[in-house]
Design a protein. Structure first.
Length: 95
């Protein structure tokens, strides 16, 4: 999984690889969560968890209006019919 900044301090694109074939056959969608864990050098104790569902046909999502000077924990979970997949996690710092 990668976090790509396209020049904006508040917008990023998250990309990930397609799951293995046996998982891909059962994939219904991806569930992406993100939360600020550090804001302007301080622990983000009152940050709220945000989430978005992404089509199974896609391997990217754009996150917009993130706080500047913050570090985010971002998780992508492939959701299957039996819901037995592990999360993929990335930490992203905005400037």
């Amino acid at each position: 999984m990668k976090a790509i900044n396209h020049g904006s301090p508040t917008d990023i694109t998250i990309t990930w690889d397609t799951p293995r074939d046996e998982v891909l056959q059962q994939l219904t969608h991806y569930h992406v969560t993100y939360e600020a864990i550090n804001m302007a050098g301080q622990n983000a104790t009152n940050s709220s968890l945000s989430s978005v569902n992404v089509s199974a046909a896609s391997q990217h999502v754009s996150l917009k209006d993130l706080a500047t000077y913050s570090t985010y924990e971002i998780t992508v979970k492939p959701v299957t019919r039996d819901d037995k997949m592990r999360n993929k996690k990335v930490i992203f710092a905005s400037i």
